[in-house]
Every structure is written in structure tokens, then in C-alpha cells.
Design a protein around this ligand. Structure first.
Ligand code: GRF
Length: 220
């Protein structure tokens, strides 16, 4: 098969999104491979998941650097050394600077556990519940200079149900994250993603979702 897109995955935590990507990359016809996993904290489960899968894993601890730019300079060096073509933020809990953005223009993607532009930032499952929203979900988007503001590639919707806690909702959202993040990577690796301003187009077009959702349902 054709050359695979080389991914650099940046993570801070448990790494379930990383695992979903590892699993898809193990399929013989998946058009991407993970070149390196980098965590900013030594205890990140993501590092262990990478090692288990035989993927190069590095800890670059942000606490060892004078500031964000210096940390990002080290990230860029490690990503370039690994020949990374697409940077995948998977639960990476650091704000990135122009150092990283300029080294990988329109080549950095992120997954966020809310239906952007609603609820950017942190603790967003609790925010969605507290707001009384009937739906939340997750969003894969290009990373730009803002917090969770870049052009949207793919989203999944989940209902918010009576009795939901932030953890229950996070778990429901995470199941969808594991579906849409590998899918976004696949579309990018296939060279099917075009960006014009805020609008992302898939060429040739993917099948659009024709179903609308109502919550609570019109029954009962
Ligand atoms: C995910 O909910 C992701 O959307 C958010 O942080 C969480 C990371 O989970 N940014 P994991 O480390 O991939 O399990």
C-alpha cells in the first residue's frame, strides 16, 4: 500500500484516544502510522500504551523548561526528528504556542469533549450539564491560535440524560471520541480534507448524516 501518513501523538493522561488510534493503525489498510508518542508528564498512561504497542514514546516534561515557547521548541525538534507529518493532540493538557503552530501549519488537530463552539476550555461535561443542554458530544478540529477555536472536521452528538454526572457523560462522549478521531485521521491521510476559512470540505464527499435528533424524544 501507499506510504502512510506519519503521526506524532501528544498526550498528558490515560491515552484512551491514543489507544483507539493505535488500534486503527494496526489495520493493514489504514493510511496512517504513529511515528512517536510524546507526553508532557512522566506518569501519563499514554506512554505505557505506546510502549506496549512498540511505538517510540518520549516524555518531554514541560516543568523542565523556562516557558511555553522553550517547551514547544523541544516538541518541534522531537516531532521533526521522528519525521512527523500530522500532530495529533489526544488529551494534551498544554496550551500550545506559535512555535508549534508555525512549524506545522494546518497540520495539528485536537479532540474536544463538547460540541464546539459550545463549551470550549476545561470541565466541559459539567458545564454542559449545569447549563441544561440536551445534547453534547465531541469535536475534532484543526488547531489555531485560540483555545478550541479552529476549523471543525467532524463531530459526534450524544444526549445528556436525566441523572448524568460529569463522569457518566464523559464516558458516553469518550465512546464517540474513539470513533471520530481515527476517522478524521483517515480522511486527512487520504488527502480528502480541504480547508477554506472556517469551512472544511471532504473530497470526494463523505456520506452526510441525514438524521436529526430530538431530546427528549416525542414519545412517552
Ligand atoms: C478526552 O475526553 C479528550 O477529549 C480530552 O481529554 C480526554 C483525554 O482522554 N481533551 P484520553 O487521555 O484520550 O483517555
Amino acid at each position: 500500500m501507499a506510504k502512510r501518513l506519519r503521526l506524532g501523538v501528544l498526550a498528558s493522561g490515560g491515552g484512551t484516544n491514543l489507544q483507539a488510534i493505535i488500534d486503527r493503525c494496526q489495520e493493514s489498510n489504514f493510511p496512517a502510522e504513529i511515528a512517536v508518542v510524546i507526553a508532557n508528564n512522566p506518569g501519563a498512561g499514554a506512554l505505557e500504551r505506546a510502549r506496549q504497542a512498540g511505538i517510540p514514546a518520549r516524555c518531554i516534561n514541560h516543568r523542565d523548561f523556562a516557558g511555553r515557547e522553550e517547551f514547544d521548541t523541544a516538541l518541534v525538534a522531537a516531532l521533526q526528528e521522528a519525521g512527523v507529518e500530522l500532530v495529533v493532540l489526544a488529551g494534551f493538557m498544554r496550551i500550545i504556542t506559535s512555535v508549534l503552530l508555525e512549524a506545522f501549519p494546518l497540520k495539528i488537530i485536537n479532540i474536544h469533549p463538547a460540541l464546539l463552539p459550545a463549551f470550549p476550555g476545561l470541565h466541559v461535561q459539567q458545564q454542559a450539564i449545569d447549563y441544561g443542554a440536551r445534547f453534547s458530544g465531541c469535536t475534532v478540529h484543526f488547531v489555531d491560535g485560540g483555545v478550541d477555536t479552529g476549523p471543525i472536521i467532524i463531530q459526534a452528538v450524544v444526549p445528556i440524560l436525566p441523572g448524568d454526572t460529569a463522569d457518566i457523560l464523559a464516558g458516553r462522549i469518550l465512546i464517540q471520541e474513539h470513533q471520530i478521531y481515527p476517522r478524521a485521521i483517515q480522511l486527512l491521510a487520504e488527502g480528502r480534507v480541504r480547508v477554506a476559512g472556517r469551512t472544511v470540505t471532504i473530497e470526494p464527499p463523505a456520506v452526510p448524516t441525514a438524521t436529526s435528533l430530538i431530546n427528549p424524544a416525542l414519545l412517552g
